[in-house]
Design a protein around this ligand. Structure first.
Ligand SMILES: Nc1nc2c(c(=O)[nH]1)N[C@H]1C(S)=C(S)[C@@H](COP(=O)(O)O)O[C@H]1N2
Ligand SMILES: [Mo]
Length: 248
């Protein structure tokens, strides 16, 4: 079947498309139970496609999106794990990492300001470490130890405010939007270390986001520009049919 939204960089699992959708889609589970396998076949074969999904699945994704937004408690902490449970996650998704790139001349740009910050500016913020689960919407997860600065501390220091945060790679090929509650969650970090080492290039050096309250696709690697805004920012995977909110 071919119901999955396109995922050019890391899609070896076309057949897992349904499974992916059901991770948070209990409503989908209910429909599957109600109509059975034959009905599911019908759904795939006959239902009109919207953004490459049969429309009933699309409606459900949208319903879940609203539900996720309503039920999410931004203060709820995500679980943390013993430090030695951490392992190296696979490199998943390389968009925005392909271009030639010199880490030494990297700066973090803040939209609407003159700031072009070196990594030292992030290291100067209070350091926070966490051992948390990175959950990819494709159905795998990995416990990883991260070190970095809280995005909330960064926002405080540079007096940034808005309803949303926008994050973009230096080449602008991967971009993420976050609602402000998730951005300021205490386990949303601007990370410069993974498992006790400086970030490897394919894990987002020199600076990436890691947030425990979203699926992995919001944890953008190699941030080039950050902006606080009142308009909902573009988001790479949302534009390919996934939930913009992507809450866990
Ligand atoms: N720049 C960039 N960041 C990205 C991606 C990407 O393709 N490009 N993929 C995302 C996805 S889908 C996941 S699951 C995580 C995986 O992080 P890892 O490669 O460090 O395991 O990175 C996210 N951040
Ligand atoms: Mo992912």
């Amino acid at each position: 079947m071919s119901t999955n939204p396109p995922m050019p960089e890391d899609s070896d699992d076309v057949n897992a498309a349904m499974a992916r959708l059901t991770r948070r889609g209990f409503a989908f589970g209910a429909i599957v139970a109600a109509i059975g396998g034959g009905g599911l076949y019908w759904l795939n074969a006959r239902a009109a496609r919207e953004q490459s999904l049969p429309w009933p699945l699309r409606r459900m994704l949208e319903a879940n999106e609203r539900l996720g937004e309503t039920l999410f408690d931004p203060r709820r902490p995500s679980p943390e794990f013993p430090r030695d449970w951490a392992q190296e996650p696979r490199v998943n998704g390389r968009r925005g990492l392909a271009s030639q790139f010199d880490p030494a001349s990297w700066r973090l740009h803040i939209t609407g300001t003159e700031h072009a910050l070196p990594l030292a500016a992030i290291r100067d913020l209070p350091r926070y470490e966490m051992t948390t689960e990175l959950m990819c919407v494709e159905g795998w997860s990995q416990i990883v130890h991260w070190a970095g600065a809280r995005l909330a501390d960064f926002a405080g220091k540079y007096r940034l405010a808005g309803t949303y945060v926008s994050l973009v790679t230096p080449d602008r090929k991967y971009y993420v939007g976050l609602d402000i509650d998730s951005a300021l969650h205490p386990q949303t970090l601007l990370c410069y270390e993974m498992n006790g080492q400086p970030l490897a290039p394919l894990h987002g050096a020199p600076l990436r986001l890691v947030t425990t309250v979203k699926y992995g696709y919001k944890s953008i690697k190699r941030i080039g520009t950050i902006g606080f805004t009142n308009e909902r920012p573009r988001d790479t995977w949302a534009e390919e049919g996934y939930d913009w909110y992507a809450g866990l």
